[in-house]
Design a binder for this molecule. Structure first.
Ligand code: PGA
Length: 250
């Protein structure tokens, strides 16, 4: 039986000022009152403080979109785990494909960041996904299994239980081209089976797996209804109040 709590996270990327974030979250609060889904907003670093304040008295959790793995020191421009935890951050997105592509994040860096997120008592949302070329070459399963294993190196079973993995096919991000529910389920199943191989059935059955890539109110219910899909990581549609609220209540 599926006892996993659904989790919908908005990935705002580089959008919204602190003032806009505060207004958005205040307006979202009453709209998600009756949702049974865990609702998360991953806001830009500079908006975290106002977002956390605005979210008080609601079930909305605030996430960061990235984090450096070192605790402190001479790392100009970086933000550490203790800094985020101190602000009230609950989740950190790690290894989003945009970070891997534009900021050179390797699987090794992703793994270090995952460890650091746990070290500072937050939970990672680890992103994996294949390019269109990999899909067309029939390499999706192999690539996803590799990315999942690389991200999880050295984690304990207790840590993995708290993990959220987001399957985001790169060809579906921001393109309006959503994976079909069957395509998404097929890969989310592969992810769960990979976790099962590493940590056993009990752990793999509690890990939550999101789908991401052009999720909208119109396709969310079908995607989230699949056996191995426990919610979504939503980019563009998470910036629109009505649309995001609708997705959280799918
Ligand atoms: P999208 O982005 O919903 O705009 O496709 C998803 C993501 O990158 O997390």
């Amino acid at each position: 039986m599926d006892k996993r709590k659904r989790i919908v996270a908005g990935n705002w990327k580089m959008n919204k000022t602190p003032a806009e974030a505060s207004a958005f979250i205040k307006a979202l609060k009453p709209m998600i009152k009756f949702s049974r889904t865990e609702v998360v907003c991953a806001v830009p670093f500079v908006a975290i403080q106002t977002a956390v304040t605005a979210s008080r008295g609601s079930r909305i959790k605030i996430a960061a979109q990235n984090m450096y793995f070192e605790e402190k020191g001479a790392y100009t421009g970086e933000v550490s785990g203790p800094m985020l935890r101190d602000l009230g951050v609950k989740y950190v997105i790690v290894g989003h494909s945009e970070r891997r592509e534009y900021f050179g994040e390797t699987d090794e860096i992703v793994n270090k960041k995952v460890h650091a997120v746990y070290k500072y008592d937050m939970r990672p949302i680890v992103c994996v996904g294949e390019t269109l070329a990999q899909r067309d070459a029939g390499l999706t399963a192999e690539h996803i299994r590799y990315q999942v294993k690389a991200a999880l190196v050295g984690l304990t079973a207790e840590q993995v239980k708290k993990l959220v993995i987001a399957y985001e096919p790169i060809w579906a991000i921001g393109t309006g081209r959503t994976a079909t529910a069957e395509q998404a389920e097929e890969v989310c199943r592969i992810i769960r089976m990979t976790v099962k191989e590493l940590y056993g059935k009990r752990i793999s059955s509690v890990v939550r797996i999101q789908y991401g890539g052009s999720v909208k109110a119109e396709n969310a219910a079908e995607l989230f209804g699949m056996d191995d899909i426990d919610g979504g990581l939503v980019g563009g549609a998470s910036l629109k109040l009505d649309e995001f609220a609708a997705i959280t209540s799918c």
